[in-house]
Design a protein around this ligand. Structure first.
Ligand SMILES: [Fe+2]
Length: 408
């Protein structure tokens, strides 16, 4: 590591690492939108996300409802993590002091990474704070209960490292408001009591733990998805990759590789444009960096630095059904050349009501102990304009992060 900011030798769970944390996976992501109800319909009714909690950002004189409209935003989930995707109100977020200096095309509200322990968040925050980096805030947020620190990356992309996000169980209920009362605006002293002890304390105080938010999908269950009836013919089972546009690749790599410790899996030069793909774990990539010049060339929305946000569905069969379903609902669909997406299978972009591209796909190449991606010549040839009815499996088909629990 030739970055002078990196002091080799942090003990992370008994392993000597170059930084005091190890990112395990992309945890969640979100975008800021002008029309929250319209976006909520797209992400919930069409893509199948469940609201885990609403949030109100009308909080002070800068963000008052009379000035900037409703501050309503939503935390949403596809599995048991309290949130894997969030939509926040663009006008209200942009009314915060200092935001006028941010790029006008910043609609990404966070790129969030899970680390393994609370200590990694606390010591990571201390380490990041000693760098020439802006830390947006640190502590713990409710709803969601996750402990975190928010370093701002190049191009004003807010990143977050977190541990311990609330899990929503079989009853579909998030934690009730009385359990949100304790606020942490700085890292806690360690060790901290467990979440079980926190819940027990609330129960001992007779907090009714069954009064949290519960999403009810208003759409009829009429599609057979692997033998289960759902309201749409597919299930988003995993999130990511995040694909963003960059201005300066050296700054991006210094941050995502040098500071956060993501690993470069592969680089592609497409029509002269350098695209870099980084991973946190065994997935080929969870973050992809594309030069800003590609945005117009690919015909993507100029209102955002988001090239696309990936959502992996349960199977190729579901992917084909998702394309037909979303097209039938009037969603704008777009195909891009597979060369821009090494390591994933067939994919289609579903454009949200404000122009964000959501990339649906079914397969992510898995990287093994030797850290090597599959040679390009041994990859499946993918034509995103022509999808076959059925595919032969690859050695790592259905491998990688597995969805836990029932799909609906
Ligand atoms: Fe977050």
């Amino acid at each position: 590591m030739n970055d002078p900011k990196i002091n080799a030798g942090f003990n992370v769970g008994g392993l000597r690492l170059e930084r005091p944390f190890k990112i395990r996976r992309l945890g969640h992501f979100g975008v800021n939108v002008v029309d929250i109800p319209r976006a909520a319909k797209f992400y919930c009714d069409l893509l199948g996300f469940a609201v885990s909690d609403p949030i109100n950002f009308n909080r002070d004189e800068h963000t008052a409802i009379e000035k900037v409209g409703s501050g309503l935003g939503y935390f949403m989930r596809h599995g048991t993590d309290h949130h894997s995707f969030v939509i926040f109100p663009l006008r209200v977020v942009n009314a915060r002091p200092g935001r006028d200096k941010w790029p006008k095309d910043m609609t990404i509200n966070q790129i969030t990474w899970q680390v393994g322990t609370l200590r990694e968040v606390v010591e990571g925050n201390r380490w990041l704070s000693e760098m020439d980096l802006q830390i947006n805030r640190t502590g713990r947020d409710n709803p969601g209960s996750n402990w975190h620190t928010y370093p701002i990356g190049p191009g004003y992309h807010i990143n977050e490292l977190y541990y311990g996000i609330e899990q929503v169980g079989w009853d579909g209920l998030s934690k009730p408001a009385p359990m949100h009362e304790k606020h942490y605006m700085k890292p806690p002293d360690l060790p901290h009591r467990s979440e079980f002890a926190e819940v027990q304390t609330a129960m001992d105080k007779s907090v009714d733990i069954r009064t949290g938010y519960r999403h009810i999908d208003p759409n009829p269950e009429k599609y057979d998805v692997g033998g289960v009836l759902l309201a749409r013919p597919f299930k988003v089972e995993r999130i990511g990759p995040v694909r963003i546009f960059y201005d300066d690749i050296d700054k991006e790599l210094a941050f995502y590789r040098g500071t956060l410790g993501l690993v470069v899996t592969e680089e592609v030069v497409w029509k002269g444009h350098r695209c870099v793909f980084l991973r946190a774990n065994n997935e080929h990539h969870s973050l992809a960096l594309y030069p800003r010049a590609l945005r117009r060339e690919l015909g993507l929305s100029e209102h955002t630095t988001l090239m696309a946000f990936g959502m992996q569905v349960g199977s190729y069969e579901q992917l084909r059904a998702a394309k037909e379903f979303l097209g039938g609902k009037g969603v704008t669909l777009k195909s891009l050349p597979a060369e821009l997406f090494p390591g994933i299978g067939h994919s289609v972009l579903a454009i949200d009501p404000e122009g964000h591209a959501i990339q649906l796909y079914d397969y992510m190449e898995q990287i093994g102990w030797d850290g090597k991606p599959r040679p390009v010549t041994q990859r499946r040839k993918i034509d995103n304009e022509n999808w076959p009815d059925v595919l032969e499996p690859l050695g790592d088909s259905y491998c990688g992060e597995t969805f836990l629990g029932p799909i609906g």
